[in-house]
Design a protein around this ligand. Sequence first.
Ligand code: GDP
Ligand code: MN
Length: 396
Amino acid sequence: MNLHEYQGKEILNSFGVEIQRGILAHTAEEAVTAAKKLTGDTGTVWHMIKAQVHAGGRGKGGGVKLAKSLEEVRDIAGQIIGMNLITPQTSAKGKKVHQVLVAEDVYYPGDSEPEEYYMSVLLNRASGRNMIMYSTEGGMDIEAVAEETPHLIFTEKIDPTVGLLPFQARRIAFNLGLSGKAFGEMVKFVIALYTAYVKSDSSLIEINPVLKTSDDRVIAVDAKVTLDDNALFRHKDYEAMRDIREENPIEVEAKAVGLNYVDLDGNVGCMVNGAGLAMATMDLIKQAGGEPANFLDVGGTADAERVEAAFNLILKDPNVKAILINIFGGIVRCDRVAQGIIDAYKNMGNINVPIIVRLQGTNADIAKDLIDNSGLDVQSAIEFQEAADKVQAVLA
Ligand code: GDP
Ligand code: MN
């Protein structure tokens, strides 16, 4: 589950991570009130107005702006709220902004220049360990840094049996070129950040930029936090942070009816029982020259009701040109699934894309007879390759 910047910062701060403080606002007037409350502003303090959407690169799209007076707070918040924000990380359609974070300006002048760093905590799947990835090149596109100057990205792998050790946090502060007070602040920051990652059951925390202020404080200016859905049951308070306006509407609906659905860009809808078979089916579709429009695991009980719910979801996607149903009848009998498909098809009455059904396992032959004699625009297959060929034929 993805979070907004303001929610991510709230969680981080609860574990002692220093942040750029801010208050959420839904209207221009609320933004002014927030600014006054945040900084006690009488018109001389600067604020950042930051669009809250689930996408990075907001600054580039005009969703993060500096306001140098309360009038500017009102104007800029009014501009950003309701805008359609297009960033390098959104689709071409962009994302509607419903709310902004009114944050304190932390790039104030002082004894030294503010410095921006990059830092993230994530699981390194190759080594099976959490790692902290960091760079002196903060504030910019980290993918570009990785491409052009990979030697400026450092990693610190963490041994799960002992956790992050103090010397590792010191090594990070050292590699970032810090000394004196800022060095100590960075060590504290890294330790708190890693604690937050572990205790919140996050799968990714990315802070870009981490800022060393002109008076040597170290704070998170931005926060991208992704929580592990499988651990959400342990965090009821985080569960309430879900903002379904930011999520794919078909995926939200699938979740509500208990189907495991991931929206993809292709043209062949798939309905499969079991995640492994679903992935193999997606490979099959690619081999046949198609692109999967979705991942959909209907689970063990593929009855008419579930099949109909699944059809409904798949057909919401206008790109779908064909549907491949691939069900292995282990516990569930193929003939029951076939009957479920036929019932759902007739019941819906508005299916206008060809359907290829591959049923394998218990009573597969009876199932094939049912499908073949149904009189519907549904083709049956028993073998994997046969199904692939039929998909290829309908796409041609
Ligand atoms: P992103 O564009 O979605 O990654 O949003 P960020 O939260 O990273 O903000 C974008 C950029 O705005 C940052 O990289 C900073 O350069 C700038 N910025 C953020 N906070 C402040 C601030 O308090 N003062 C100033 N002057 N600039 C800021
Ligand atoms: Mn950022």
